[in-house]
Design a protein around this ligand. Structure first.
Ligand code: CTP
Length: 401
C-alpha cells in the first residue's frame, strides 16, 4: 500500500528521534520514497547521515541545505508529498504548526503542504498534558491533521506516563490504513448539504439560524479524501473548500437548496444532508425595504419543502440517504421517529446541551442510528473526527457493485 508513495518524514528534537531511523527504514522497505527534513535540534539526537543513507535521499534542514548550498524550495517539497509525517513531533513544532509561525524550513513546508499531515508527538508527561499543548493538538485536529497519540510508558525523564512516541511499526500501520481509506469511496458520488439557509423578509432582512456549516464541510472533505466525488450544496457560510474533488454549489434559500440538491442527487450514490434548512419562510416577502414606521405586527410564515424527505422518497434501490437530527430532549426517540417518518437509511443525532454546543463549535458529540445497526455512540470528537466516523458508517452501507 505504501509502494511509490511520496512521504516527507519530518524529524524534530526529541529523544524519540532515534526511532525515526527505524521508521525511515520500514517506509523505504515498504516501497515508499522518503525525503527527510530535520530541525537543527534533532541533529543532537540522530545524524543526517543516518537518515540520508537509509532513505537514499539528501536530508534538508534549512533553506540553504540543498546540493552545494542551494535554496531548498519548501513549496516544491510540500507539493511533492502524498503525505507529511512529523515523527517525533516536539511540543515546540506542534506549537509552531498550530499557530502558523514559520521559524524553520520544516514549518515552511508544513504551511505549504497540500497533502494530509500526520503528527506523532513525543515529549514528557507534563508537557503533553499541559493545556497549551492540548490546545495546539485540538487546533491541529480541527484543521483535519491526523494525530497519532503517544503511548504510555517509561519516559526519558524517568517519569512514567503518556508521552512516548508511537512505535514505528504502528506509525507505518496508520499510514497503510490511511492510504487504504483513500480508495474506499473511489468511483462513488455523494451529495452533502451544509450550512443555514436565509429566507427574505424584505430585500435587506432575513430569517436564518446559527449553523456554521463546519460539520457538512468536514464531511465533504473526509469523503473526498476517501476517493469520492462530492457535490456540496451550501448555504451562506464563511468556509473554504480544500479538496479538488468537491464541487461546491452556493445557494441562499431553502428553495434554491432544494433545486440544486434535486439536480445533483439523481447521479449520486448517497446523500448526507447536514444543512440547517429553514423550516419556515415569510409567505410574502416585501419587495422593498420595510420602513420602521411601517413595521408589521406579524410576519406570516409558510413551510418550506423538507429536502431530506423529498430526496429519500425519490431514491432508487441502490441510493443511500442519511440526515441529521438536532434535538434538545428525547434525542434518541425523536431521531428514530425522524428516520421512520422521512424513510432514511440512517440518522445522525446531535444532542444540543451545555456540553455539546454544536453551532459554531469545533466539536460534536454524535450518535448514529440505522434499523440494521441500532445505535452507535461515537462520543465527543472534533468535527473532522466526527466526519471520519460518519464516512466510515456510510462506507458500511453504501452499495458496492
Ligand atoms: N432538512 C431538510 N430540509 C428541510 C428541513 C430539514 O433537508 N426543509 C433536513 C436537515 O438537513 C437534517 C434533517 O432534515 O438532515 C433534520 O432536520 P430537523 O430540522 O432537525 O428536523 P425536522 O424534521 O425539521 O423536525 P423538527 O424541526 O421538528 O425537529
Amino acid at each position: 500500500m505504501l509502494f511509490r508513495k511520496k512521504i516527507i518524514l519530518a524529524v524534530t528534537g526529541s529523544i524519540a528521534a532515534y526511532k525515526s531511523a527505524l521508521l525511515a527504514r520500514l517506509l523505504v522497505k515498504a516501497g515508499a520514497e522518503v525525503r527527510v527534513i530535520m530541525t537543527e535540534s534533532s541533529k543532537d539526537f540522530i545524524t543526517p547521515l543516518t537518515l540520508s543513507t537509509l532513505t537514499k535521499n539528501e536530508v534538508v534542514s534549512s533553506f540553504t541545505t540543498g546540493p552545494n548550498g542551494a535554496w531548498v524550495n519548501h513549496v516544491e517539497l510540500g507539493m511533492w508529498a502524498d503525505v507529511m509525517m512529523m515523527a517525533p513531533a516536539s511540543a515546540n513544532m506542534l506549537a509552531q504548526c498550530a499557530n502558523g509561525s514559520c521559524h524553520n524550513l520544516m514549518a515552511a513546508v508544513y504551511l505549504s503542504a497540500r497533502c494530509p499531515v500526520f503528527f506523532a508527538p513525543a515529549m514528557d508527561l507534563d508537557m503533553w498534558r499541559h493545556p497549551a499543548t492540548q490546545n495546539n493538538i485540538d487546533l491541529l485536529r480541527n484543521r483535519g491533521n491526523y494525530i497519532i497519540e503517544p503511548a504510555s510508558g517509561e519516559l526519558a525523564s524517568g517519569l512514567v506516563g503518556e508521552g512516548r512516541m508511537a512505535e514505528p511499526d504502528e506509525i507505518v500501520q496508520r499510514l497503510e490504513t490511511f492510504f487504504n481509506l483513500a480508495r474506499q469511496m473511489h468511483g462513488k458520488k455523494v451529495l452533502i448539504t451544509a450550512g443555514p439557509t436565509r429566507e427574505a423578509i424584505d430585500p435587506v432582512r432575513y430569517i436564518s439560524n446559527h449553523s456554521s456549516g463546519k460539520m457538512g464541510f468536514a464531511l465533504a472533505e473526509e469523503l473526498a479524501a476517501r476517493g469520492a466525488s462530492v457535490v456540496l450544496v451550501s448555504g451562506p457560510v464563511s468556509l473554504k473548500v480544500q479538496h479538488p474533488s468537491i464541487e461546491r454549489i452556493n445557494v441562499t434559500t431553502a428553495e434554491e437548496m432544494l433545486n440544486e440538491a434535486r439536480k445533483a442527487f439523481s447521479s449520486c450514490d448517497a446523500a448526507i444532508l447536514t444543512a440547517a434548512v429553514a423550516d419556515f419562510k415569510p409567505a410574502e416577502p416585501a419587495e422593498s425595504k420595510i420602513k420602521k414606521e411601517q413595521a408589521p405586527n406579524n410576519i406570516t410564515l409558510t413551510g418550506t419543502t423538507d429536502i431530506l424527505k423529498e430526496l429519500a422518497a425519490s431514491r432508487t434501490e441502490n441510493q443511500r440517504i442519511g440526515g441529521f437530527a438536532l434535538e434538545t430532549n428525547d434525542g434518541k426517540k425523536n431521531a428514530e421517529a425522524k428516520l421512520q417518518n422521512k424513510h432514511l437509511d440512517f440518522i445522525v443525532l446531535n444532542e444540543l446541551s451545555e456540553q455539546n454546543a454544536v453551532f459554531g463549535s469545533d466539536f460534536n458529540t454524535i450518535e448514529i442510528f440505522s434499523t440494521e445497526t441500532g445505535w452507535q455512540n461515537f462520543g465527543k470528537q472534533s468535527k473532522a473526527e466526527a466526519a471520519r466516523s460518519i464516512a466510515g458508517f456510510l462506507d458500511q452501507i453504501i452499495h458496492h457493485d
